[in-house]
Design a protein. Structure first.
Length: 139
C-alpha cells in the first residue's frame, strides 16, 4: 500500500471528480429536467425502494455516495487497511471530502458573483473627481 501522504493526496484528488459529478447532477441547469422528474417520482412512486432510488438524483450527499462507490470500484482505492475494510473507509472518506468541496463551492460562486456586481457597479459610476467639480460649477 502507498504511504500515508500518497494516500492523502489520492483521497483529495479523487474527491474532486466525485464532487463535480454530484454537484452537476444535483444542482446545475443542464440536469434540471431530470432532477424535477426525479423529484416528482420520489414523491409519488408506490414503493419505498422506488422513491429512494429517484431521490438519490436530487440529493448531493446521496448521489456522491454512489459516485464514490463507482470511483472506488474503478480505481480500487483503499485507505489504511487492505481488503474490504480499506474500501469501506475510502468510500466514506471520499464522500466526506467531496461534500466538503461541495459546501465550499456555493460560497466560492457567491464570492465571484459579488465581485462581478461590485465591478459592474464601479464601472457604472462616473469618475468622482470630475463629477464633484461639475456639480459645484467650478473646474
Amino acid at each position: 500500500m502507498p504511504s500515508g501522504g500518497a494516500q492523502l493526496f489520492e483521497l483529495l484528488v479523487l474527491a474532486i471528480p466525485i464532487a463535480t459529478v454530484a454537484w452537476t447532477v444535483t444542482h446545475e441547469e443542464f440536469f434540471r429536467e431530470l432532477r424535477e422528474w426525479c423529484t416528482q417520482r420520489s414523491e409519488v412512486c408506490r414503493t419505498v425502494a422506488q422513491r429512494k432510488f429517484f431521490y438519490l438524483f436530487t440529493c448531493e450527499f446521496c448521489f456522491s455516495l454512489y459516485v464514490a462507490g463507482v470511483i472506488v470500484a474503478v480505481t480500487r482505492f483503499r485507505l489504511l487497511y487492505p481488503g474490504w475494510l480499506g474500501y469501506l473507509i475510502s468510500l466514506l472518506s471520499l464522500v466526506w471530502i467531496a461534500n466538503l468541496y461541495m459546501s465550499l463551492f456555493p460560497r466560492l460562486r457567491l464570492d465571484i458573483k459579488r465581485e462581478r456586481v461590485e465591478i459592474a457597479n464601479h464601472e457604472q459610476k462616473p469618475n468622482d473627481t470630475n463629477a464633484g467639480a461639475r456639480i459645484g460649477g467650478r473646474f
